[in-house]
Structure formats: C-alpha cells, structure tokens
Design a protein around this ligand. Sequence first.
Ligand SMILES: Nc1nc2c(c(=O)[nH]1)N[C@H]1C(S)=C(S)[C@@H](COP(=O)(O)O)O[C@H]1N2
Ligand SMILES: [Mo]
Length: 377
Amino acid sequence: MLGFDPEDPLPGKHPGLTLLNDRPVNAETPPHLLEPKVTPADRMFVRNNGLVPRDLPPTPTTIPPDWALRIAGEAVPEPVTFTLSELRERFPNYTYQLTLECGGNGRSEFNPPARGNQWSTGAVGCPEWTGVRLRDVLKAANYDSSKAVYIGYYGKDTHLSGDPDKVPISRGVPIEKALEDESLIAWAMNDEPLPLLNGYPLRLVFGGYPASCSGKWLSEIVVRDRVHDGEKMGGQSYRVPCEPVAPGTTVEDKDMCIILDMPVKSLLTSPRTGAIVEAADGLSIGGHAWCGSSEVARVDYSIDFGASWTACQLNRPANRFAWQHFSAKVDFPVAGYYEVWARATDADGNAQPMVLPGWNPRGYLNNACHRIAVKVV
Ligand SMILES: Nc1nc2c(c(=O)[nH]1)N[C@H]1C(S)=C(S)[C@@H](COP(=O)(O)O)O[C@H]1N2
Ligand SMILES: [Mo]
C-alpha cells in the first residue's frame, strides 16, 4: 500500500523537502525553497493523516474524467454525483492563488512541547489552483440554505490501522466560508494535475483557513445542518483553548474552540539563513506575508532584535487569500553577526508577535516573527 515507499517516500517532490514522518508521510519546505512568488508543485508541503489511496499514479499526468464526487448531507434533498468531466464542463472554471498553511506550522517551538509533527516554518505554500466554485456545485445540488450550517469532506485516503471503517480525517468549514468566491473544488495546481501527495485528482481549497479544512482525494462533500462532526473536528484536534491558558495547562474538550481563519504571518525566503554578505553591498531580503481574514497592510524588518523597524516594499496580493511578496535593501552599520527579523501587520492592525504567542495543548497558530542569521564581513 502506498504511504511510504522506502525508495521514494515523496514521489514528485523536490529532494530538498524535509521528511518529518514516513507513516503517514509528512514533509515540510525549507524557507529558501519557498522563494518563488507562486509555489511550484514539487515544493508544496505534504501533510497526510492516513495512507495515500491505492491505485493512483505516483506522478499523475492526466486528470481522470470518471472520478466521482458525491454531494450529500442533511441539507441536500437528494444525493447527487458529478464526475470530474461533468464538474469541468458544467461549471465555470476559476484560477486563484491561495495560501494553504497547516494549523500546526511552527509547532516545534512550543514549550512544553506539543505532540504531533514538529513543523518548523515550512507547512505553508501558495500555488495557483484551478477548479470550480464549491458554491456553484452546492447550488446545482439544490442545497437548502435555510438548513445549511457547515460542509464536511470525505477523501479516499485510508486509516493508518488499515481498518476500512475508519476515516483518517473528515473536516470542513462553516457554510459562509464554503460559499466564498475563492472556495474551490480544484483539480489543478499551477496548470498541471494535482500532485499525488497533495490530493490528486480532486481536492477542496480554502485559502486562509487551516489547511486541514482543504480535503484531499475528495470523494464526498456533505452539507450539514450542524457543525460537521467528522474525524478530527472534535476533541482537541485543530482547536485552541477558547480562553488563554498558562503553558502546560490541561484543557477540557468543552473549553476548546475550532480554529477558523489563520493569523497574520510572514516568512523570509531570501537570503538563506547563514548568508555571508559584504558590508559594502548591503543585502536584499525578500519573502511572503499572508493572513486569513483580510490583507497584509505592511511588513517591517529589524536588524537589532526588534528595537527598531524599517518598512519593506510590499506587493498587493494576486487575489484575496494569496500571500504577498515583500522585499527590502538592508544596510548594516558595522560588520559582524546580525539577525534579520520580519514582522507583518494586517489591515485590521494585528501584527505578528516577536515571541511565541499563546501556548495551547496541540501547538497550533504559532505566528511569531521569522528570523534569519546573517554575517556581514
Ligand atoms: N483526505 C485528506 N485531506 C487532507 C488531509 C488528509 O490527511 N487527508 N490532511 C489535511 C491537513 S491536516 C493539511 S495541513 C492539508 C495539507 O495539504 P497538502 O498536503 O496538500 O499540503 O491537507 C488536509 N487535507
Ligand atoms: Mo494540518
């Protein structure tokens, strides 16, 4: 069964990705590989909860026309099935650049540590996605807007235990998010079929929400009359304490709230940490900034551990929920060792914290400033 091939655990992926786990397969992208404004498919991180469905080609080149997607649930009068070719032909196709970030990105810094994959900074990417609007498909299935509360997904990946009755993950989003223009059922990443490990041949994409909402290997969408209660919706999964807690606190399930949009964050992708630069040349820095709810309004950098900040150049996003490129030319007063910090602020005035924000039991939502080391000679 696919899930871990010792010869090639990451088929179709860049050799520079860092493998964090081989069963299930989880891999993150080092910052310098995220430099392109549009994330190349082979550099998109991988976060699997179960085993990749069998019988799919490791490096897909075509989109299977007969892959079926079922729409059901309490708020759909009659279950409806669409093949992938029907989806493509019946509904207008849209392409958006959308940021996907795992809710656990940055988990490795929490103390006391949180169990789970120890993501550092690389569970994020922003490729272009092509598909149809989830809204259009739900309308064609005659969903009942007076009943609909949440959507949930099911994919064809299998549970680690091999038990066919168990589902590795089945999450979703509130109906308001499902109906947004940019909420897609996607079959292409950067104009090519989705990579196997990123959900080939069909997946949901909800930019700005924890990436766990974006179901891969998509086979069914349920329109629920309640908050979806699928696998990893409840308990402590993808939830944080409703009220802040001291590090190490045991929090009861009833006091945990579902994560919705992701907080403002940025990543320095160039230069690579450890760079050695000539004082006379100055240093060009660059990276990306994103946030789940609005737009990033500014990015600043600091070379004195946050004592003073200077504004970077910041691009507008390609569309809502796309990350934004920033850059600056940095001059250093004297030679020596520096850390370059970046800090993004969103349009609502929320800035990234310089230190780890609110500890939580599962280690989600670490949006502390990213920093790189530079030696000036
Ligand atoms: N079917 C299915 N969908 C899934 C998952 C999964 O394990 N199975 N993992 C989720 C999680 S936790 C994340 S962070 C994203 C990762 O998307 P990527 O692997 O394409 O980067 O997919 C989400 N969708
Ligand atoms: Mo995730």
